[in-house]
Design a binder for this molecule. Sequence first.
Ligand code: BJW
Length: 236
Amino acid sequence: MAKLHKYKSIVILTGAGISAESGIQTFRDQNGLWENHRLEDVATPEAFKRDPALVHQFYNMRRQQLLSEAIKPNAAHIAIAELQASHPDVFLVTQNIDNLHERAGSSHVHHMHGELLKTSCTACPHIGETLVDLSVDDLCMACGESATTRPHIVWFGEMPIEMEMIFDKLMNCDLFISIGTSGNVYPAAGFVQEARMAGAHTVELNLEPSMGSSAFAEHHHGKATDIVPQYLSKDL
Ligand code: BJW
């Protein structure tokens, strides 16, 4: 019998906290990425127009880190992949741009804020893949333009990816689980309200209460590698 089988349709939202114990920095914690980088300088389309080399440097550094041998999926990523394999309807949407869910075995992962190992082009719809550093000298493989290749990342002020499908899943779920996210960034921070409106049970699994903690019906606070496998293996 699948775990959490009393729920027909489950939506799981993950954020930086699920990858923290894999060695990937979060954004807003102590020593988080926003302590050493102003988000206005590296995570907006305006920043990319103003200083593309700096933005490339920021994402090249993070891509190199993601590809280093030290970074591996952890028990929380694996527990989600196992749930997806045993339950007929688990929709996984992540704000993370790493590939740790895929490497843990999750087959369907919706990266609403983009992917570090993909590129897009500001001049054409081409989406490519990359394992190497990007630079302002890169030519788009599809349209041939120079200086238009960018990391395939959703920056502040841009529309997250596949929102229609995500809202559809939220409107039809009966369990919503939010893992490792501070609840600072919209639209993801509002997903709990959408799920509540659908009548879903809502659960927060996070190191500490998030910004939107009071909107959740159930809370478990602790490290993702402890509380996620524990919660997802419930015989409910
Ligand atoms: C652990 C742990 C462990 C640690 N175990 N837990 C005013 C009001 C409302 C909204 C807006 C506003 N002004 C502008 C907006 C919109 C804006 C926004 O939300 N701004 C806020 C700052 C207010 N949003 C946007 O612009 C988005 N687009 C948009 O809204 O389009 C319009 C739209 C309209 C209608 C429908 C839909 C859309 C785009 C947002 C793009 C976000 N991009 C970033 C950077 C790019 C990706 C990258 O470089 O990696 O995405 S910002 C950054 O924050 C990144 C993350 O995905 C995102 C969320 O961060 P996350 O994951 O929550 O990380 P942290 O660090 O904040 O939290 C980690 C948590 O883990 C903490 O709670 C820890 O305790 C916990 N933790 N260790 C368990 N071991």
